[in-house]
Write a protein that binds this ligand. Structure first.
Ligand code: ADP
Length: 659
């Protein structure tokens, strides 16, 4: 049963989950999409911010680089002017002009002097630039061209990027020096790209971008940091006679750590929220659905129950009655709702009982089976039984009473009928007992006369009767009279016990003494029938506490039966024992026994299992009935075991202690 219930419960819960999972699932999907969308938007905004930053920085870098180079080209012009003004043409003077400039502009690799033949003559500084001395530029595959252009156009010319004689990549500037229209040579400024860029751009300005500088197709500088986040922005600057293209692209590696962390944090929080909110929603909806189901169950039970339910608030005013209340009492709940028990009309109950219930409610105590009646609007009366207990909220505050009521009209009616019947039967019983007692008493006086006079006749106290038949008849009258007296006595006894009129005088006495008296009474029959008698009494038998006359009557009745229903030569055994609480004695015989089908009713009045009138006739059929009544009047138990042809065993169990 439990297994099936468990399965049903599981099925019910899974149905419930199916029912409530849809909304949280939809919320989950919505939140997930919203998080993904917002995260993507944030990323886009961040990227466009970075792109816009990149464009700003491109302007800055380009302007800076162009200005930087322009300053150096002007410097070349200045050197030329100072050189022309110096009017000398020796290396020392050249070095004197050039050195302060080199110290000031550290990113310049070298400032050289070329003869009109295009061969490098003097190099400043010499250290690190030794490889350049004697180099014939006019034969250089790339630099010869700008040199020639410089000579021809008489102005500064810049080479494209070349491999420097000093090693590394760079570019070179040639500025022709003319005196009176005659070419004296060239001022040659050498730039190493890496030091130029480092010197040109402020520290840290290249950390967030890939910077790419090209001279036409030839790369000048490349600063590759990582994957591009967006297409590069580019701008052109003039470098002397040449055009450089500067491209800048924000990179993933360089993307702002803060913005990346903040967008990741948003994603993380968004995902947590996306999972947590639907879960909470699911729990909430599940609990709500369970609550609704429980409420529906309770409402169903309240609807179909033959009892009704009610509730009050903390001021003991009724707040709820289930529908059954109106069905039973005919009072519409609206008539009582919002009212206290007193305001709703005091029920028809014992004033003391009603006061006790009201006190109970004041003291916030539960009450049970408060029985009262109500007169219905149609005038009929209903009996109600109400029980209730105080209810408390989670924080332990009293919130009112909850209770049930029951229609007990039928029970009350049948109880009354039963009481009436009982009283009537008691009357009848008393009348019967009185009749029996009177009748028996009335019988005994004439019976004693019959017995006394018939005895005188049969014993022929006053002379012979004559015919021997008279003696025989007198003997018959005497025997029948005695039998009738026995019967009358037994009936009197039985009706007295039944009507509880017989006085019991419990006392402590020795069972052995009572037994000896009993045995003495049947000794003659024992001898006549040649029956053996065995006594097996425990040595330390306690005294028995009971009505001595009753125990004697029990023992005598049982002994007489054992002797009467045992064939000559048989035996009777008496045993007695006690465990300190129960005193039991047993009278067993090896007699004719009682048929199984009669055993159950053998203690009923006038029941005799013996069909043989010779045996049965000597008894009244009331002996065992009286024994049973006496044993029960002592709160004891009687047990009869018997088998036809084997014997009978009657056990009596009495309580040892005082009651
Ligand atoms: P009675 O006065 O007839 O003995 P009892 O009530 O004492 O009345 O016994 C009812 C009947 O139970 C007896 O008539 C007899 O048939 C049967 N009975 C009682 N005791 C014994 C016994 N010890 N052995 C066999 N039958 C018995």
């Amino acid at each position: 049963m439990t297994g099936t219930n468990g399965l049903e419960e599981k099925g019910r819960i899974s149905k419930l989950i199916q029912h409530v999972i849809v909304v949280p699932l939809m919320v989950f999907v919505l939140l997930l999409s919203a998080t993904a969308y917002v995260w993507h938007e944030i990323k886009q905004v961040q990227l466009s911010q970075e792109i816009s930053d990149a464009r700003d920085d491109l302007e800055f870098v380009s302007a800076h680089l162009a200005a930087h180079l322009d300053v150096r080209f002007v410097l070349a012009q200045l050197i030329r002017q100072e050189w022309i003004d110096a009017q000398t043409l020796n290396p020392a003077d050249f070095a004197a002009i050039v050195r302060p400039k080199l110290q000031r502009f550290m990113d310049i690799q070298a400032i050289n002097w070329l003869g009109p033949d295009g061969v490098i003559k003097w190099v400043n500084p010499l250290e690190g630039n030794e490889g350049a001395i004697g180099l014939d530029i006019r034969n250089h595959p790339v630099a010869s061209r700008p040199l020639k252009d410089a000579e021809r156009l008489k102005e500064l010319r810049v080479t494209p990027p070349i491999d420097l004689a000093q090693g590394g990549r760079g570019f070179v500037v040639y500025l022709p020096v003319y005196e009176l229209g005659q070419l004296k040579g060239f001022i040659n400024m050498v730039f190493r790209i890496s030091s130029l860029i480092e010197g040109a751009l402020p520290a840290g300005s290249l950390q967030n971008y890939d910077l790419h500088i090209t001279d036409g197709e030839t790369p000048v500088f490349e600063n590759h940091l990582g994957t591009h986040l967006a297409t590069p922005a580019s701008r052109q600057i003039g470098v002397g006679n040449r055009q450089w293209t500067i491209s800048i692209a924000p990179t993933r590696a360089a993307g702002s750590e803060f913005s990346q962390a903040s967008s990741n944090l948003f994603l993380l929080l968004g995902l947590i929220f996306t999972v947590a909110l639907p879960l909470m929603l699911f729990q909430l909806m599940k609990r709500n659905a369970e609550l609704r189901m429980t409420q529906r169950r309770l409402a169903d039970w309240a609807d179909i129950s033959s009892d009704w339910f009610f509730e009050t608030d903390e001021n003991l005013r009724y707040t709820y009655f289930s529908p059954r209340f109106e069905e039973v009492t005919g009072v519409p709940p609206e008539q009582l709702l919002g009212k206290t028990r007193q305001e709703g009309g005091a029920p028809e109950a014992e004033p003391a009982e009603l006061q006790a219930i009201l006190r109970n409610m004041e003291d916030r105590l539960p009450y049970r089976d408060f029985e009262h009646s109500r007169t219905k609007p149609d005038g009929s009366k209903v009996f109600l039984s109400v029980s209730a207990r105080p209810a408390y909220d989670d924080t332990g505050n009293f919130i009112g009473y909850r209770g049930i009521g029951r229609d007990i009209t039928e029970r009350k009616t049948s109880q009354k009928a039963l009481n009436d019947a009982l009283i009537a039967s008691e009357h009848a019983n008393r009348a019967k007992s009185e009749f029996l007692a009177t009748m028996s008493h009335e019988f005994r006086t004439p019976l004693n006369a019959i017995i006394g006079f018939s005895e005188m006749l049969k014993e022929q106290y006053f002379g012979k009767l004559g015919d021997k038949n008279y003696v025989e008849y007198a003997t018959d009258i005497h025997r029948s009279g005695r039998h009738m007296l026995d019967l009358v006595n037994d009936i009197l006894d039985f009706s007295a016990i039944e009507a509880s009129k017989r006085q019991m005088h419990p006392e402590a006495f020795s069972f052995q003494d009572v037994l000896s008296d009993g045995i003495r009474n049947v000794e003659t029959q024992l001898r006549k029938k040649n029956l053996s008698l065995k006594q097996e009494l425990d040595a330390d038998l306690p005294p028995l506490y009971a009505d001595k006359r009753s125990v004697y009557q029990i023992v005598l009745n049982l002994l007489s039966n054992a002797v009467k229903f045992t064939n000559p030569g048989g035996g009777v055994t008496i045993t007695a024992s006690s465990d300190g609480k129960v005193f039991s004695f047993c009278i067993a015989d090896t007699g004719i026994g009682i048929a199984q089908d009669q055993l159950a009713t053998i203690t009923e009045p006038f029941s005799q299992s013996q069909a043989d009138p010779h045996i049965a006739g000597s008894g009244t059929g009331l002996g065992l009935t009286i024994v049973k009544s006496l044993v029960e009047a002592h709160g004891g138990a009687l047990e009869i075991e018997s088998e036809t042809g084997v014997g009978t065993r009657v056990t009596v169990r009495l309580s040892v202690t005082k009651k």
